[in-house]
Ligand binder design. Sequence first.
Ligand code: RNT
Ligand code: ZN
Length: 414
Amino acid sequence: MKAYENAKVVYAKYGIDTEEAIKTLASIPVSIHCWQGDDVAGFENSGPLTGGIQATGNYPGKARTPEELMADFDKVLSLVPGKKRINLHAIYAITGGEKVERDKLEPKHFDAWIKYAKLKKIGIDFNPTFFSSPMVKDNLTLSSPDENVRQYWIRHGKACRKIAAYIGEKLGSPCLCNIWIPDGMKETPADRMGPRARLKDSLDQIFSVKYDKKYIIDSCESKVFGIGLESYTVGSAEFYQNYCAKNGICCLLDNGHYHPTEMVSDKISSLLLFNDYVALHVTRPVRWDSDHVVSFDDETREIAKEIIRNHAERKVLIGLDYFDASINRIAAWTIGARNMQKALLYALLLPNKSLADMQDSANFTKMFAVSEEFKTFPFGDVWDEYCERCGVPVGMNWIREAEVYESEVLSKRG
Ligand code: RNT
Ligand code: ZN
């Protein structure tokens, strides 16, 4: 008997319909970040990556142009099953060689990406880029005491929201526009309130322009610290949770942005109770916000479980955020995206209702025992079947394709 047919029977014994799981999985979009393809470089050629984030490694073959990045992303799309979106940053504007200041960016600079997305039948998400710029002054942007600097970044934020709304309208799918700023301090500040008050005012100005929610979903991403900014982060978790709650904006949780034993999987339900949407940056922090490739690990599965068992597939906007420059970037992209989807499928193949009943009847012994037993259920056979139906390589076959692409395309890049 085919492995999948066997798995189907095994799961059916516990009331789990693998066909239903496959169908649901195919409907959940995962927004794949474009910045894994070039170590968050973008197309401005304006200098190093700043903002307290870092891509480490020097693996050859990174994309240097829009054409290369799109070609690489094509490859990834062919290796990752299911529904995908592409997550862009403002520094990936396609300006035809012209230098365009961040505060002067326009929707037309993303027309090529819109065309690409239409061709690939995927949605686009968007991020203003508040880092890697000479306009970041003393590590501050929207919270800068220098009014020139602050206004520049406010204009950038406004320009980006206009672009995001345009993208959402053109593609007929709301574009998540996520604001993350690196603003912070290496040393203990003398004034914590001042920068936060300025950030609050900057956001008020940026969000004063109203767009149709059909086209844009605004979010803000908090953080605990960055490299060289260890002592103070202006846009902290409390700051944004309060700002977002008051202003009807979506919180974006990056699971590298909390204290090491603080889990994003535990935060999702609280936010779901009060909000239309919760956005995620799924990543893998190793000892710090290292942005390692997403693994099929406990926390990724736990995040997926929170989405699935709360039936929040439409409310939780799943995005990936990592940038590993030490391995083949196509493989890094593919592994992380496939792992996110595997985690969702894993969660879909659990007896979620029975487990919740065991919890409510205080049968914690059985709840734990059953959860552990399911770890060795034939989940992989359902995953393989899913990949096959989606027309992407099954099991390890994708690795060969990434290797061929490396030798035929990536290795030829200077
Ligand atoms: C940084 C944030 C942010 C960036 C991307 C490139 O710590 O996680 O989301 O990683 O915008
Ligand atoms: Zn992030």
